[in-house]
Design a protein around this ligand. Structure first.
Ligand code: FAD
Ligand code: UDP
Length: 383
C-alpha cells in the first residue's frame, strides 16, 4: 500500500530516505526550516569570488563503505580530493594528523619510523593504563609536549571545557602515524562533489513523488496528516524541550576575502589557546580543479549553543546521559515516527554513516512499515 510520508529535514538523512521511499512509490513531503536543502552539508557559490563555499564548515567525503560510495556517485561526480590539514602552533606550521613529519619537525630530529615510535613511547605516560578522559588519552599516546602544542588549546576552544572533562573517544577519532602519510583519513574512498553537496542532494530529491517545502518548521500536530514521519530535527526539539535542552556546540564563521592564495591549503588549525578561533578554511582549495583569483575564507569560532543558534556538535557529557535516555525512551514509544540523523539521534555522524543509516532505515521501513517506529532508534542508540 502506498503511504503518505512526511520527512522533517532536507539534509542527507531526509534526502536519502525520501529518494528510497519515492522510488518505491510512496508519496513524500519534505519540510525544512531553512531556506535551502542539504542541511549542514550545504554548499553555494560565493557571489563575490565565484568560489564554492561549504557554508556550515568544511565537509570532505570519505568512506570505506563501497555501497555508500557508489550511491553518492550516482547523483554527483566525485573528483579526487585528499584532506591534508595543517596546524599552526607556537608560530610554526605543522602537518596533521600527527605523523613522522610532525614529530621530526616538532623535536628538530630526523628519526626513522621505529626510532620515532620508541621516542614517543618514552614520552608517553605509560602509568595511564586505561585512559578515560581526552587528556589521559593524549598523555598516554603522544605525551605532554605534543598534547600541549596541538590538542590542549584547540580542544578547549572547540568544546569550551577542559580536556580533563571530555571523553577519550573524541581523540580516538584521530590517528597517530609513524610514516609520512598526511592524509587526514584512512578510508579507501575520498572525494569532493564536483558541483557541490547541494547539487548532489538536489539530484536525490528530483523525483515526481517528492515535494519539498523550505522555510517550513514542523509542528507535532502535523503528524496526524501522514501515515509515517521521519524526523531528522533535534530529538529534544520534537518534545518541545520539555525535559530540558541537550548540550550542543555551535559555530560562528567570520568571512573574509583575500586577493590570491591566503594560506595555501583548505584547512589550517590553530592549536594555541591565545588565538580565539579554532581553524581557518580557505574554500577554493576544496576544488583544485577550479581556478579563482580571489579567495574567500572562514575563521571558525566555537561556542555554547543557545536556543536560537544552529546545533552543530552534540556534547554528550556524562551529566547529560539521563536527559538523553529520557528523550530516547519517549522517542522509542512515539507511534509512527522514526528519529533519524545526527540531530534525531543526538550523535556525531559523518556523512557516509548518515547515508548508510538512512539507507538501512528506508529499507527496514519498506520491508516492515508497521515496525519501523522504534526499532531503528533502539538499534542505533543503546539505552
Ligand atoms: P542535517 O544536515 O543537520 O539536516 C537536518 C535538517 O533538518 C536541517 O536542514 C534542519 O534545518 C532541518 N530541521 C531541523 N529541525 C527542523 C524542524 N523542526 N522543522 C523543519 N526542519 C528542521 N561529515 C563528513 O563525512 N565529513 C566532514 O568533513 C564533515 N565535516 C563536518 C564539519 C562540521 C562543522 C560539522 C558540524 C559536521 C561535519 N560532518 C562531516 C557531518 C555532516 O555534517 C553530517 O553527517 C550531516 O550533515 C548529517 O545530515 P543530517 O541530514 O542527519 O543532518
Ligand atoms: N583536535 C585537536 N587539535 C586539532 C584537531 C583536532 O585537539 O588540531 C581534537 C578536537 O578535540 C576535535 C577532535 O580532536 O574535536 C577530533 O578531531 P576531528 O578533526 O575529527 O574534529 P571534527 O571533524 O569533529 O571537527
Amino acid at each position: 500500500m502506498k503511504q503518505d510520508i512526511l520527512i522533517v529535514g532536507a539534509g542527507l538523512s531526509g534526502a536519502v530516505i525520501g529518494q528510497e521511499l519515492a522510488q518505491a512509490g510512496h508519496r513524500i513531503s519534505i519540510v525544512d526550516a531553512r531556506d535551502h536543502i542539504a542541511g549542514n552539508c550545504h554548499t553555494e557559490r560565493d557571489p563575490e569570488t565565484g568560489v564554492m563555499v561549504h557554508v556550515y564548515g568544511p565537509h570532505i567525503f570519505h568512506t570505506d563503505d563501497r555501497e555508500v560510495w557508489d550511491y553518492v556517485n550516482r547523483f554527483e561526480t566525485f573528483l579526487p580530493y585528499q584532506n591534508r590539514v595543517k596546524t599552526s602552533s607556537g608560530g610554526k606550521v605543522f602537518s596533521l594528523p600527527v605523523n613522522l613529519h610532525t614529530i621530526n619537525q616538532f623535536f628538530g630530529r630526523t628519526m626513522r619510523p621505529d626510532e620515532a615510535r620508541a621516542f614517543i613511547e618514552q614520552l608517553a605516560d605509560s602509568t595511564i593504563e586505561d585512559p578515560q578522559t581526552f587528556e589521559e588519552q593524549a598523555l598516554r599516546f603522544v605525551g605532554r609536549d605534543l598534547y600541549e602544542a596541538f590538542f590542549k588549546g584547540y580542544t578547549t576552544k572547540q568544546w569550551g571545557c577542559s580536556p580533563t572533562a571530555l571523553p577519550a573517544s573524541i581523540l580516538k577519532r584521530l590517528p597517530l602515524r609513524f610514516n609520512y602519510d598526511d592524509n587526514y583519513f584512512y578510508h579507501r574512498y575520498q572525494g569532493m562533489p564536483e558541483g557541490g553537496y547541494t547539487q548532489m542532494v538536489a539530484q536525490m530529491l528530483d523525483h515526481p513523488n517528492i515535494t519539498v517545502e523550505l522555510n517550513t518548521r514542523f509542528a507535532r500536530s502535523q503528524k496526524t496528516e501522514y501515515d509515517h514521519v521521519f524526523y531528522s530535527g533535534p530529538i529534544d526539539g520534537y518534545f518541545g524541550y520539555d525535559a530540558g535542552r541537550l548540550g550542543y556546540r555551535t559555530l560562528d564563521f567570520e568571512r573574509f576575502t583575500y586577493d590570491g592564495d591566503y594560506q595555501g591549503c583548505a584547512v589550517m588549525n590553530y592549536g594555541d589557546a591565545t588565538i580565539p578561533y579554532t581553524r581557518v578554511t580557505e574554500h577554493k582549495h576544496f576544488a583544485p580543479w577550479e581556478s579563482h583569483e580571489k579567495s574567500v575564507c572562514y575563521r571558525e569560532f566555537s561556542r555554547e549553543c543557545g536556543p536560537d543558534d544552529i546545533p552543530y556538535y552534540p556534547i554528550r557529557l556524562v551529566e547529560e546521559k539521563s536527559l538523553l535516555t529520557d528523550y530516547l525512551d519517549r522517542a522509542r514509544e512515539e507511534d509512527r515516527v522514526s528519529f533519524v540523523g545526527r540531530l534525531g539521534t543526538y550523535r556525531y555522524l559523518d556523512m557516509d554513516v548518515t547515508i548508510r543509516e538512512a539507507l538501512d532505515t528506508a529499507r527496514a521501513f519498506l520491508a516492515r512499515p508497521e515496525t519501523a517506529t522504534a526499532s531503528r532508534i533502539s538499534e542505533l542508540v543503546p539505552a
